[in-house]
Design a protein around this ligand. Structure first.
Ligand SMILES: [Mg+2]
Length: 221
C-alpha cells in the first residue's frame, strides 16, 4: 500500500459537526436565487440530480447551463471555523503513516484547504484532488478515480480509499483499490466492496497495521 486517498467531508471530520448542512443551505439558495428554480421544486430536483448525475452541480450544468466555477465558489462560502477545530489526535495519526496521503473530494480544493486548515492537518497531505480533476465529473463515476491514479502514477492495487460514502467505495473496489468505510452508525450493513469499517477516521492506522502484519505473516509462511 503506497498511497492513502482520503475523502474530505464527513470522513476527515465527523458528520456530527454538521458542516455539510451549511453547504446544503447554500446549494438550495443557489438553485432558487441564482438559477431561478421555485422554492417548492428545489428538494425534489436535488434528489433527481443526485440520482441522475451523482451531484447537484452536474444536473445544473446539464439542464441549466450553470457555470461550475461560480457554483463551487457560491456553495462553499461558509464559515468552516464555526463547526471545526484543530484535531491533534488525527494529526498525530496522519504523521505516523508512512504512505503517501492525498485528499480526493467532490467539493472544491478551496473548501478542502479551509477544512484542512481548521483541523490543522493541511501539511499532512501532498495534494488535494477536487471535482475539477476530471471535468467536474464526481465520484462515484470512474474517470476522476482514474485521473487521480494517473497523477499519482500508481496502480489501483497500491491505493487505499477511505470514505463515508459506500457508493464511492464501490467504484474504488471495482478498480482494484482497498477500501476503508468510515461509518459512525452501528447498523451499517456489510458490503463486498468494503475491506474494513471504522467508526472514526482516527482508527485507520490500526486497520493498516493489521493488514501489514497479516501480509508479513503470510510472507513468512
Ligand atoms: Mg464524504
Amino acid at each position: 500500500m503506497k498511497a492513502l486517498l482520503f475523502d474530505l467531508d464527513n470522513t476527515l471530520y465527523s458528520a456530527s459537526r454538521a458542516l455539510f448542512n451549511l453547504i446544503d443551505v447554500r446549494i438550495n439558495r443557489y438553485m432558487h436565487e441564482v438559477v431561478g428554480i421555485a422554492h417548492e421544486r428545489v428538494d425534489q430536483l436535488r434528489r433527481h440530480y443526485w440520482q441522475q448525475y451523482g451531484v447537484t452541480l452536474r444536473g445544473l450544468m446539464q439542464e441549466h447551463g450553470t457555470d461550475p466555477e461560480h457554483y463551487l465558489h457560491y456553495v462553499h462560502e461558509i464559515d468552516v471555523s464555526s463547526r471545526l477545530d484543530a484535531d491533534p489526535t488525527l494529526r498525530a495519526m496522519l504523521q505516523q503513516l508512512p504512505q503517501r496521503k492525498v485528499v480526493f473530494t467532490n467539493g472544491s480544493a478551496e473548501h478542502a484547504l479551509r477544512v484542512l486548515e481548521c483541523l490543522q492537518i493541511e501539511d499532512c497531505f501532498e495534494q488535494v484532488f477536487d471535482i475539477r480533476v476530471s471535468g467536474y465529473l464526481p465520484k462515484p463515476c470512474e474517470p476522476p478515480y482514474c485521473a487521480v491514479l494517473r497523477c499519482l502514477a500508481l496502480p489501483a492495487g497500491d491505493c487505499v480509499m477511505i470514505e463515508d460514502s459506500l457508493a464511492n467505495l464501490q467504484t474504488a473496489a471495482r478498480l482494484g483499490m482497498r477500501t476503508i468505510h468510515v461509518a459512525e452508525q452501528d447498523d451499517v450493513l456489510s458490503d463486498a466492496a468494503v475491506d474494513a469499517r471504522v467508526c472514526r477516521v482516527h482508527q485507520v492506522a490500526h486497520v493498516l497495521q493489521g493488514w501489514q502484519s497479516r501480509a508479513g505473516l503470510q510472507g513468512v509462511a
